[in-house]
Design a protein. Structure first.
Length: 171
């Protein structure tokens, strides 16, 4: 049985995509996953399955679309990859709540940094393994930073990423 971290896009953010975590746990269990655990109400899930990463993603996408009536983005990672992303943080001195990891469906495009539009608020972007790292020294809430490559990804602050690693470590 393998452990997977599942990250949903646009769930319970800004009043859109409402999905109670109890419903998400039930959907995952009904889809055949075991050891189902959610973390905070923003679409973070840890599951166990005999299936591979792609099959886990497809099964959850199907269950979520049936529930929501529209596609819900699902990104699946192994605990090792989430740990590597956490350990590779290029901004080690940044506060965890001012540092975001944008998990992407694939590798960042080679021109990712060329397409970033900055508001000159001191923000920094660095590419990683199927991820982008963004440091928001003045917070994310008022940022005018535009990262086109992040459009198909889902962001978690570094504190959440660390907590997901801890949840996996307990297994």
């Amino acid at each position: 049985m393998s452990v997977y971290v599942v990250l949903l896009r646009a769930v319970n953010v800004g009043g859109t995509g409402k999905l109670p975590m109890a419903d998400l746990r039930r959907l995952a269990e009904d889809a055949g996953f075991t050891g189902v655990e959610t973390y905070i109400a923003s679409g973070n899930l840890v599951v166990e399955s005999d299936d591979g990463e792609a099959a886990v993603g497809r099964a959850l996408e199907e269950a979520l679309e049936a529930y929501a009536g529209k596609p819900v983005g699902v990104l699946v990672r192994t605990p090792d990859e989430v740990r590597r992303v956490l350990e590779a943080n290029p901004f080690p001195d940044a506060a965890g709540n001012r540092m975001a990891v944008v998990f992407l469906p694939g590798a960042p495009p080679p021109d990712v940094l060329d397409t970033v539009r900055r508001a000159d608020d001191g923000e920094e972007v660095r590419p990683g393994e199927r991820a982008l790292y963004v440091h928001y020294p003045n917070g994310m809430g008022r940022s005018k930073l535009v990262v086109p490559a992040a459009a198909k990804g889902t962001a978690r602050n570094l504190n959440t990423v660390a907590r997901l690693v801890e949840l996996c470590d307990r297994r």
